[in-house]
Design a protein around this ligand. Structure first.
Ligand SMILES: Nc1ncnc2c1ncn2[C@@H]1O[C@H](COP(=O)(O)OP(=O)(O)OP(=O)(O)O)[C@@H](O)[C@H]1O
Ligand SMILES: [Mg+2]
Length: 246
């Protein structure tokens, strides 16, 4: 469903020179699988996810999403995904309901299905109270919920979520986790970045740890345990970064 082969992206920065944000990264995600991308700040997670969402062009390597080539078929890739970027990118003047309807129409979702789906997401994410309030008047978490609902409204086969639960309280994060698990049961393919180790341990079928643009390890929890000799993901993560766990 998602195949990544030697994917790379370098930024040319006046002060820092060449920044290898994503450096020769390869992995695969199957339908019905949740793949977690972990890494410290600046590791290259958002850049990798932006590449797969066609927001950024690769400077090397290739990838397919839902069978479509990232560079040759960007339109089809975009139609196949729901992408939650690091920054929510909502229109200030639109309400959450208008945002969902707008994005659904952009993805050519039939009107009756769209209205139904919008209502369903507003109920599920407990957005009823503020569904008709302009997004610039909402709290950070309310905006985040709106942005996540937007990525789901057209029911795409591939979800690419960059830190979906950051800024969310525990009950709301749980709703998002349940939604992701449900998407997995429906055979969706989910790519997920997070800094929350217990969330990754609980949700992800396989995990990739990225550091300085390089994928250091990629596998199931038991494969990661074997590779590092550590038990918990927090310890595994720190070991891969060359640090001792406390
Ligand atoms: N537009 C840009 N121009 C220049 N360098 C960039 C740009 N975007 C990202 N970078 C650099 O690419 C590297 C990877 O950044 P990226 O945002 O992918 O990290 P991240 O793993 O998502 O980090 P975080 O956990 O902080 O979100 C960093 O060194 C960053 O400074
Ligand atoms: Mg990021």
């Amino acid at each position: 469903m998602v195949t990544v082969r030697g994917l790379s992206h370098t930024f040319e920065d006046k002060k820092r020179g060449t920044v290898r944000a994503v450096d020769d990264v390869s992995f695969e995600v199957a339908p019905g699988e949740i793949y977690g991308l972990l890494g410290p700040n600046g590791a290259g997670k958002s850049t990798a996810l932006r590449l797969l969402a066609t927001m950024l062009a690769p400077t090397g390597g290739s990838a397919t999403v839902n069978g479509f080539d990232l560079v040759q078929q960007p339109q089809q890739v975009r139609r196949s995904i729901g992408f939650l970027a690091g920054e929510t990118g909502l229109y200030a003047r639109m309400t959450p309901r208008e945002t969902l309807m707008f994005f659904g129409r952009l993805h050519e979702t039939p009107e009756d299905a769209l209205a139904r789906r919008t209502d369903e997401l507003i109920t599920r994410f407990e957005m009823t109270d503020f569904a008709d309030t302009r997004t610039d008047k909402l709290s950070t978490g309310m905006k985040q919920k709106t942005a996540i609902a937007r990525t789901l409204v057209h029911d795409p086969p591939v979800l690419i979520l960059d830190e979906p639960t950051s800024a969310l309280d525990v009950p709301t994060a749980r709703i998002i986790e349940q939604t992701v698990l449900e998407a997995r049961r429906a055979g969706r393919c989910i790519l997920y970045s997070t800094h929350v180790m217990e969330e990754a341990e609980y949700l992800c079928d396989r995990i990739g740890v990225i550091h300085q643009g390089k994928l250091r390890v990629s596998g199931t929890m038991s494969e990661l345990r074997q590779a590092t000799g550590k038990e918990r993901l927090r310890e595994i993560f720190l070991t891969l970064l060359g640090m001792e766990a406390a």
